[in-house]
Ligand binder design. Structure first.
Ligand code: ADP
Length: 319
């Protein structure tokens, strides 16, 4: 391998830039050339890429988002599109590719490697929903952002004796919600992994009201339920003013926290090590603080982390 490409794909996350920087600097240190590919698989298909030097990633470690851009490009599921992508890579003399993204992006990388083009995936998503790793790049930053937002909600909810529902990202993974709820002292949480029991929720909220609690905050993972409808239901049942807040894309932005920068840097450098060893079709993870790599196929199918039931149990004791 002499020349590698790097791209970011799918939903962006804080720390993607730090990961690109890790890839670029480690590759150059090991004597490789690096090309940055714009806008994920879309830019790969459209042959939009540029050589990156050490200085092209200067100051990137602190920056949120991804300077290469990201995109959703469903056409990449078609074989002809992927063959064109490989042709572009080969025409530019690129031998291998690092893909930073979520499990959708991993599927693209897996299919390219099955066509004989070496690829390594890095877990770039705030959702912490990727198998074969304890944490994903961006998760800790998003968590911090959410906790700061809930702290603010707590101030105003408490002043007005309100119940607040706050919708948190995470797709089908409750990690962000659960950790944010514990860190910000929420009264209840609604998770994709646990069936929603509206009556238990109301009962818990009423118990708080009886004990003289000034506010209640309920953290809800996106997609589980319509939180505006749920707010109406709770208001009717408890006769307390109930408001819903959707944090939305605020959660994806901002300068990465130190741990995400460390994770991104280590994973970026590790991707180069793996490619130089001839590993392909694998993704990088961190498990028990050690860098690991697994077949992408395994990561997306059987290496899903079990639900952190002990976290929920602890949280319930502290409500
Ligand atoms: P994420 O990578 O964050 O999970 P997506 O699921 O949107 O985000 O995937 C990002 C991109 O990866 C898609 O827009 C598409 O270009 C590519 N992709 C997703 N799924 C597949 C698949 N099954 N085969 C090939 N490419 C895919």
């Amino acid at each position: 391998i002499k020349k590698i490409g790097v791209l970011t794909s799918g939903g962006d996350s804080p720390g993607m830039n730090a990961a690109i920087r890790g890839v670029v600097r480690a590759a150059i240190t090991d004597g490789l050339e690096v090309y940055g590919i714009y806008d994920g698989y879309l830019g790969l298909y459209e042959n939009r890429m540029k050589k990156l030097n050490r200085s092209d990633v200067s100051d990137m470690i602190t920056r949120g988002g991804t300077f290469l851009g990201s995109a959703r490009f469903p056409q990449f599921k078609e074989e002809a599109t992927r063959l064109k992508a490989i042709e572009n890579l080969k025409n530019n003399g690129i031998d291998a590719l690092v893909v930073i993204g979520g499990d959708g992006s991993y599927m693209g990388a897996k299919l390219l490697s099955e066509k004989g083009f070496p690829c390594i995936g890095l877990p770039g998503t705030i959702d912490n929903d990727i198998g074969g790793t304890d944490y994903t790049i961006g998760y800790f930053t998003a968590l911090q952002t959410i906790v700061e937002a809930i702290d603010r909600l707590r101030d105003t909810s408490s002043s007005h004796q309100r119940i607040s529902l706050v919708e948190v990202m995470g797709r089908y993974c409750g990690d962000l919600t659960m950790a944010a709820a514990i860190a910000s002292g929420c009264e209840f949480m609604i998770l994709p992994e646990v069936p929603l029991d509206k009556e238990a929720l109301v009962k818990e909220l009423q118990r708080g009201i009886e004990h003289g609690k000034k506010h209640a905050i309920v953290a809800v993972t996106e997609k589980v339920t319509d939180i505006y409808e749920l707010a109406k239901y709770i208001q009717t049942q408890t006769e307390r003013e109930t408001r819903a807040t959707v944090l939305g894309h605020i959660q994806r932005g901002g300068s990465p926290v130190a741990y995400d920068r460390v994770l991104a840097s280590r994973m970026g450098a590790y991707a180069i090590e793996l490619l130089l060893k001839g590993v392909s079709g694998h993704c990088v993870g961190i498990q028990q603080d050690e860098l690991v790599h697994h077949e992408i196929e395994d990561a997306v199918t059987n290496l899903k982390r079990p639900f952190k039931a002990d976290w929920l149990k602890t949280a319930e004791k502290l409500f």
